[in-house]
Write a protein that binds this ligand. Structure first.
Ligand code: GLC
Length: 577
């Protein structure tokens, strides 16, 4: 394995509150918090920073190594906070910088690291720079911070190209003086012009700002979009889509080779800290291109969403794990694993739908265009219909999710968990149109149902009005079945999903060893069996019938075991005496 530059420590003093181990991230269990839906400490229906601080004991007991916060910055919430109006502040509805410092100190005091989300591709249209750009003349330096163009047609009345945005609808919006600006996402999210040195310097300032406050790492939003080639004539949407399939770094909008110059600069900054700040790229790119983002000379780690997009299937899981471990070894990064996040249908639900996930349906084949929700057409139809219960096998979905999670937590590398999965939560499907918030829903006239269903505020207790999330109604409607899933209801139940996660994370810490695994051949094609260097053994039964267990002492299982057999859709961890 190539040596990581992270092992070359700079001579600066460690930032107070962070520990000096530069490798902490390599096998960390990272818990993603979507702050507005985690815990509402000030009774306004919106989760907040003090709410996170209040739940530090819960996170500590859960046993995670780090917490990643989705954006908590000032935002008009056109895209759940991924439309940032001020990169170096806290949304006043969520708290203050002092609250942030208190939360960081509390997490560090509890032995946890803190990762924050950085959204560099676009700002909010409420950002001071975009407001300045709107007030300024075409061709002015203020407009050059974003991507403004004249339109086509006799009077510039047509957009500069026919590009569509990721959330649906056109990717260009016209401003009153007739010019158009580019937004790959919602129209409230104008794209920055990364050819402009001022943008680069400002983001360096932002990274330094949070690093100086003791932030340990960064999650980089749509890391593959920043650099663009907008030379005229602009290609058509059809041509863009054709070019996307080439995966050769020359697509005008996505995954361009020149984006890595930005991350090389960021790495230099990260390495000025002790320990160096870490980063993980959110880059929905062809797997063959991922290593560039995970390079130690760049961000250092990149999400792979392969397991998230796979069926609950032994052969698929084995292939994905083998490929990603080899890839990580080749770059010097460690692999990342994830089943759920704020953009996709929760995995307990995906695994309980009639036709699961992935395959050609969801575009897991990158040449079909990778989709971000990891769900089949059947799944989409189910969500659109408000999720009729008859079609979702809740029990099977959760059973498979528990098995898949134990499989993942046994793997070498970092495991990213999403708030609420430790409660075994399902997607909330029946959110009335009038209460939906996701721009995907609105920009598609409801054809894409959007991501609100995995962002519903957490149930902490069975009590109304908000299941312990806060003292008033939550900002998204919570379903009745949340009462049974509440953290307090699971706390003392030894076989609850919450206690399964607690036990698994605790054991994972003590059993963790090396960054490799060895597959043990199995006559049963629906069973996967691997062993870590210290003998820690993980066996998952993806099939429908009981399977044999190997030698060893079972230390944890996703379901109760009977007669020394591993039941269908279950995982067991064993150690060798
Ligand atoms: C990323 C985020 C997603 C957001 C988008 C635009 O994919 O995870 O939530 O909508 O970027 O910022």
């Amino acid at each position: 394995m190539p040596s990581s530059p992270l092992s070359v420590l700079p001579a600066t003093a460690a930032t107070p509150g962070t520990s000096g181990d530069p490798t902490w991230w390599r096998q960390a269990a990272v818990y993603q918090i979507y702050p507005r839906s985690f815990y509402d400490a000030n009774a306004d229906g919106l989760g907040d920073i003090r709410g996170i601080t209040a739940k530090v004991p819960y996170l500590k007991e859960l046993g995670v190594d780090a917490v990643w916060l989705s954006p908590f910055y000032p935002s008009e919430l056109a895209d759940g906070g991924y439309d940032v109006a001020d990169y170096r502040n806290v949304d006043p509805r969520l708290g203050t910088l002092e609250d942030f410092d208190e939360m960081a100190a509390s997490l560090h005091g509890g032995g946890m690291k803190l990762i924050v989300d950085i959204v560099p591709n676009h700002s909010s249209d409420q950002h001071a720079w975009f407001q300045e750009a709107l007030a300024a003349e075409p061709g002015s330096p203020a407009r050059a911070r974003y991507i403004f163009r004249d339109g086509q047609g006799t009077n510039g009345e047509l957009p500069p190209s026919d590009w569509t945005s990721i959330f649906g609808g056109p990717a260009w919006t016209q401003v009153p003086d007739g010019q158009w600006y580019l937004h790959l996402f919602a129209s409230e999210q104008p794209d920055f012009n990364w050819d402009n040195r001022e943008i680069r310097d400002d983001f360096l300032r932002t990274l330094r700002f949070w690093s100086d406050r003791g932030v340990d790492g960064f999650r980089i939003d749509v890391a593959h979009a920043l650099m663009k080639d907008l030379s005229e004539p602009l290609p058509s949407q059809a041509e863009l889509e054709r070019l996307e399939k080439l995966h050769n770094g020359t697509n005008p909008l996505w995954d361009r080779d020149d984006v890595h110059g930005i991350y090389a600069e960021w790495r230099t900054l990260f390495n000025e800290y002790n320990p160096p700040r870490t980063a993980v790229a959110e880059a929905w790119v062809d797997p063959t291109r991922r290593a560039r983002y995970a390079s130690p000379a760049g961000l250092g780690q990149a999400f792979n969403f392969d397991l998230l997009m796979a069926d609950f299937d032994a052969a698929s899981f084995e292939g994905i794990v083998t490929k990603n471990l080899a890839e990580a070894q080749a770059t010097g990064a460690s692999s990342t694993w994830v089943f759920s996040n704020h953009d996709v249908v929760r995995h307990a639900t995906r695994y309980g739908l009639p036709r699961l996930v992935a395959g050609a349906d969801c575009g897991a084949d990158p040449d079909d265009g990778i989709t971000q929700d990891g769900i089949s057409q059947d799944g989409k139809a189910w969500l659109l219909a408000g999720g009729p219960e008859a079609e979702l096998d809740r029990e099977l979905g959760l059973r498979r999710a528990r098995a898949a999670t134990l499989f993942m937590l046994g793997l070498p590398g970092s495991a990213y968990l999403y708030q609420g999965e430790e409660l075994g939560l399902h997607e909330v499907a029946d959110i009335p149109a009038a209460e939906r918030q996701d721009p995907t829903f609105f920009r598609n006239a409801g054809v894409e149902v959007g991501r609100d269903g995995c962002r519903v505020p957490l149930p902490w207790t069975p009590a109304r009005p908000a299941f312990g999330f806060g003292d008033v109604q939550a900002h998204l409607p919570q379903p009745e079945w949340f009462a049974g899933a509440a953290a307090s209801a699971q706390d003392t139940d030894p076989v609850s999903t919450l206690n399964l996660y607690r036990k698994a994370l605790g054991l994972r810490r003590s059993l963790q060893s090396g960054e490799t695994l060895e597959w043990v051949p199995n006559a049963n094609p629906t069973v996967l069996h691997f062993v870590r260097p210290n003998g820690w053994t993980v066996v998952t039964n993806f099939g429908d019938a009981d399977a044999d267990l190997p030698e060893g002492a079972v230390v944890l299982a996703s379901v109760p075991l009977e007669d020394g057999l591993l039941p269908a859709a279950a995982t067991a961890w064993l150690v060798q005496p």
